[in-house]
Design a binder for this molecule. Structure first.
Ligand code: ATP
Length: 255
């Protein structure tokens, strides 16, 4: 077995005394596509924020590519190669698709957004580099022809792809997708599933939160099931579908 890319060990996080995540362990191998499912309030989004650094863990460790990262702020984790597409992430209105992707890149480049705003000299070279990267990212998600169109004019499915492009622009090693297919129609879901399959074929490691069990179990190598902040099952999609604890806690109620 190769070294895991990500290890979450005994991680806890409470809000006002209520544990949203309680003692979660999660190990993701390089190139793996991991699905995370669970009922509302199971702790899925909180777990993502603990990996991305938007929230600090009360206890436990998070290791990425061999380094402890659980004390690092989110922007340092982004530099190391962790990107998140948050649930309900918005596009920036009044900007083109390309500009939307470039905004994401500013967060992860050396000069960063602040220097970009101040327009210090390295800005111009980086601006060109970011533009180039943004075009590449748009190409990867199939939006090359949409680069100069207003982002808000894109259909919802393509707006989701645009958010993925924004995350890819920083050239992440780990991409976290929080319910990327939520609210999409069947054809749009299919296109998104294909995009995720292509990214996986390109070797990108991903963790994907889903409500739609069929969607996640189709794409994922392994699935982790959360309930009330704990991991109640983990296994291949077939194992998960057959697990009585999962059926009782989640599939039964969702079906
Ligand atoms: N910032 C916060 N402040 C207070 N409570 C929070 C906060 N974030 C999450 N919680 C609580 O933690 C628990 C887990 O929430 P979380 O959003 O992680 O679950 P989830 O599995 O992502 O749910 P959903 O599928 O509805 O998005 C819930 O009880 C939620 O109310």
């Amino acid at each position: 077995m190769s070294e895991p890319l990500l290890s979450v060990e005994s991680v806890y996080r409470s809000f006002g005394g209520v544990f949203a995540v309680r003692g979660v362990d999660l190990t993701v191998a390089p190139g793996e596509l991991r699905g995370v499912i669970g009922p509302n309030g199971a702790g899925k989004s909180t777990l993502f924020s603990l990996i991305g650094g938007q929230l600090a863990a009360d206890r436990g460790t998070v290791t990425f590519a061999g380094d402890r990262i659980d004390r690092l702020p989110a922007h340092r984790r982004a530099h190391l190669g962790i990107a998140i597409v948050f649930q309900g992430a918005r596009i920036f209105r009044g900007m083109t698709a390309l500009e939307n992707v470039m905004v994401g890149a500013h967060a992860t480049t050396r000069a960063g957004f602040l220097r970009g705003t101040l327009r210090l000299p390295p800005h111009y070279r980086e601006e060109r580099e970011i533009r180039q990267r943004a075009r590449e990212a748009l190409g990867r998600v199939g939006l090359a022809d949409w680069a100069d169109r207003a982002a808000e004019a894109l259909p919802l499915g393509q707006q989701r792809a645009l958010q993925v492009a924004r995350a890819l622009c920083g050239r992440p090693r780990l991409l976290l997708l929080d319910e990327p297919a939520a609210g999409l129609r069947a054809a749009e879901r299919e296109a998104l599933a294909q995009l995720i399959e292509e990214l996986k074929a390109g070797g990108l490691t991903m963790i994907k939160i889903e409500h739609d069990v069929a969607f996640v179990t189709r794409l994922a190598d392994r699935v982790t099931v959360l309930d009330l902040g704990r991991v109640i099952a983990e296994g291949t999609p077939a194992e998960i579908r057959a697990d009585p604890a999962v059926v009782a806690a989640y599939l039964g109620t969702a079906a």
